[in-house]
Write a protein that binds this ligand. Sequence first.
Ligand code: PLP
Length: 459
Amino acid sequence: SNAPKNQEGQAIWSQDKEHFIHPYTDYATFKEEGSHVISEGSGNYLTDADGNRYLDTIAGLWCTNIGHGRTEMADAIAEQVMKMEYCNPFGHSTNEPGSVLAAKLAELAPGDLNHVFYTCGGSTANDAAIRLVHFYNNQRGKPNKKKIISRMDAYHGSTYIAANLTGIHGTKYSFDRIADEWVEHISPANMYRRPVGAEDLSEDAFCDFLVAEFENRILQLGPDNVAAFIAEPVMGAGGVLVAPKGYHRRMRDICTQYDMLYIADEVVTAFGRLGHWFASEAVYDCVPDIIVSAKGISSGYIPLGAAIISSKVYDVISQPQCEGGLLSMGFTYSGHPVACAAALKNIEIIEREKLNENVQALTPYFYELANGLMDISVVGDVRGSHFMMAIEFVTDRRDKVSFPAEADISNRIYQHCLARGMIIRPLGNQIVLSPPLTLTQDDVERLFTVLRESILAAW
Ligand code: PLP
């Protein structure tokens, strides 16, 4: 059981177990075990209800990029609440932080991505992006151009549309699907576990294979029916999959060739996780038509999402409509002043403390120590980019044989890490690391010392 030892913690634990429906939670064990109650956060550490401290190697859930417990963030949020906590964003009224942040995002985003549609998180930002893409094609007089090509193993969120874009098989059990006719999935760019027919290809040839599959699918569906391609620069929840060199750029070019839009889901990869404000252009030489952002945009201090749209798309969607005359989508909290004030302070901190530079500087050491784990026979693959990493476990490295589900390998490693004062993310046969950008060299050393001990103890 996860029940805390002290009474106050136990009361929270019980209330939680009785009343809080947790996302992505296994109810086979939840009703017995309940949740681990976390009470405080400071810097790169979290503290639970019993006062145990943990190095947070996953930045909450890929989001607390500036680390926990920043007074400056609390002050910025409080100041905005006292000045003006909310006003109507619909139509012709606005607020200062929403406008200043939109201009700042336009400055930081690549190419002509100069226009921001705000949401409350990543799923809603993806949802909004798809609605805007469809609206864009309606406005252009191309009402049949609606299909979105996504990838198996992608994670795009949990609204109905975002869940359909998602290609992770396990997310589909028991839930219904709508709008299936709009969404097509192609192979993920998984270098470690290739699709049939691509097992022995070189990196370049594998890239050719994936690009050809994409183009063939477009031709099969008819380019007049296909609106967009959506992809994470590095696939996150699908197992931190880094595409072969040149992949995103070539997929972008195919989109241009067939008059399709390229949507980069940078919910995880932006705001420093890959050492830059946005990864698309800086890391992958790919300027998308839409970038979807959330998480690190406000470092999780308050919910916020954004679909950042190119001028090319904006010029069409901002044309007056013949009937109705409204861009009829949006949320009460689109451009919430308090969330936008938090995001502005978050960006100021990332800039002032040179956190993108910290990620770039620590990356070689991070991977040097991670690759050192390959001397443990059950470590099958260490992969990632910058501060996104997955370690995959196998019983046979040569044939890449996964552990059976009953072995519960990643959960066991997670438990051993917890006992040693560290939080990691277990994910099937993998564990995921996505630390705050404020990680230090000492933290990196501690992280891999604890991880090595935990893997050895678990297996
Ligand atoms: N897109 C990606 C790539 C994500 O990793 C996530 C969440 O993990 C989402 C979208 C959904 O974001 P949210 O949970 O804020 O709705």
